[in-house]
Write a protein that binds this ligand. Structure first.
Ligand code: NDP
Length: 344
């Protein structure tokens, strides 16, 4: 089959395309420039998939009909293009492409996607809960929605923090997708699957040239775990849920293949870890996979039991995907080895 992947040059999308190609799919990726497409073509040609990958430039995903041509003749769609930007000049810079880009894809799929059987959208745990507002231990599931961040953006407008605006973009885009699907499901022959990943870490294969140009989630991991910058006890006590980029990419492929994934939102989380646990993990790797760096020891007295509040129900993921998730040690080692391989 042939799969359309939007935002194909991104951190998660590059791995998704790679696994799709390895499993025998043909892939059409959308990117915003020829240069970004060429990086991908070169990368996949080098590993033997030159014939199975093509790219198309879709410059403005907000424009009506943006995806009308590219959905023709594909069997499935992975919509992954969405701004990951915590510092927008204006909230609409993030909200508009996130929401309207998603609706635009679904509209094109309805209009011209005559072969499409499933549309997969990359949402986030941010569509489930605003982690910054969690003050006591609680397990979150697919039943939960983050209504707090959209409300905050509505109230504060451009005074809302960039982080809050990004967090709001995810439930707003996901709700728009479900609304569209529920309204039109009698008219379309495809169904919708939503994947809700937490923070994504792990080795990058997309086009980045230095530690300064890492995508945002990996940048955060690097700053907290591997960089020389001083870190406070408070910062290392924070405990994001996380998943390895290769596992979340695999989830996007399994989402096409499992009948049971249809009409579901699926939390796909490896675990919840305080940053100190990552720091302990990298210090435990022998020999040091990134010899150019000496890692902070942090505050080994931080206790996981005391700092972890929000955790996530993994039962739906286990029932439908059953991914054997990478461990903290595997993800840390593979990421640092990849940095070292690039001479960083
Ligand atoms: P990246 O920043 O690496 O990739 C984002 C992709 O979206 C790029 O292809 C980018 O294109 C494209 N994009 C961004 N803004 C626009 C826009 N205005 N118009 C068209 N395309 C745009 O991010 P990730 O791979 O991390 O994220 C992919 C998806 O996963 C997003 O939906 C994100 O919200 C979600 N997600 C990510 C998490 C993470 O921790 N990384 C966690 C949970 C969800 P270009 O290169 O041209 O800018």
């Amino acid at each position: 089959g042939k799969v359309l992947v939007s935002g194909a040059n991104g951190y998660i999308a590059m791995w998704t395309v790679k696994i799709l190609l390895q499993q025998g799919y043909r892939v059409r990726g959308t990117v915003r420039s020829a240069e970004k497409g060429k990086f991908m073509s070169d990368y996949f040609a080098k590993i033997g998939y030159g014939d199975a990958f093509e790219f198309v430039i879709v410059q403005d995903i907000v424009k009506d009909g943006a995806f009308d041509e590219v959905v023709k003749d594909v069997d499935a769609i992975e919509h992954m293009a969405s701004p990951v930007n915590f510092n927008p000049g204006d909230p609409q810079e993030v909200l508009k492409p996130a929401i309207q880009g998603t609706v635009s894809m679904l509209k094109s799929a309805m209009k011209n996607g005559t072969e499409v059987k499933r549309v997969v959208i990359t949402s986030s745990t941010a569509a489930i809960v605003a982690l910054n507002l969690v003050t006591e231990p609680r397990v979150f599931s697919e039943q939960d929605w983050n209504d707090a961040s959209p409300k905050e953006v509505e109230e504060l407008g451009s005074k809302a923090s960039g982080m809050t605006i990004y967090r709001a973009s995810k439930p707003l885009a996901e709700k728009a997708a479900w609304d569209f699907y529920n309204e039109h499901k009698a008219q379309v022959q495809w169904d919708l699957t939503v994947i809700n990943p937490p923070a994504v870490f792990g080795p990058p294969i997309h086009d980045i040239t230095s530690l300064k140009s890492l995508n945002l989630s990996l940048q955060t991991w690097y700053n907290m775990v591997a960089s020389d910058s001083p870190k406070t006890k408070d910062a290392l006590s924070q405990s994001p849920a996380w998943v390895d980029v290769r596992d979340i990419a695999l989830a996007h492929v399994l989402a096409l293949e499992n009948e049971a994934a249809g009409a579901e939102r699926i939390l796909t989380v490896s675990g919840v870890c305080c940053w100190q646990e990552w720091v302990d993990a990298v210090n435990g790797l022998k020999p040091n996979p990134l010899p150019s760096h000496k890692f902070t020891l942090g505050y080994p007295e931080i206790s996981r039991e005391k700092v972890i509040l929000a955790t996530f129900d993994k039962s739906k993921e286990d029932r439908i995907f059953g991914i054997k998730f990478k461990t903290v040690e595997e993800t840390a080692r593979d990421t640092l080895e990849e940095f070292a391989r690039r001479g960083w």
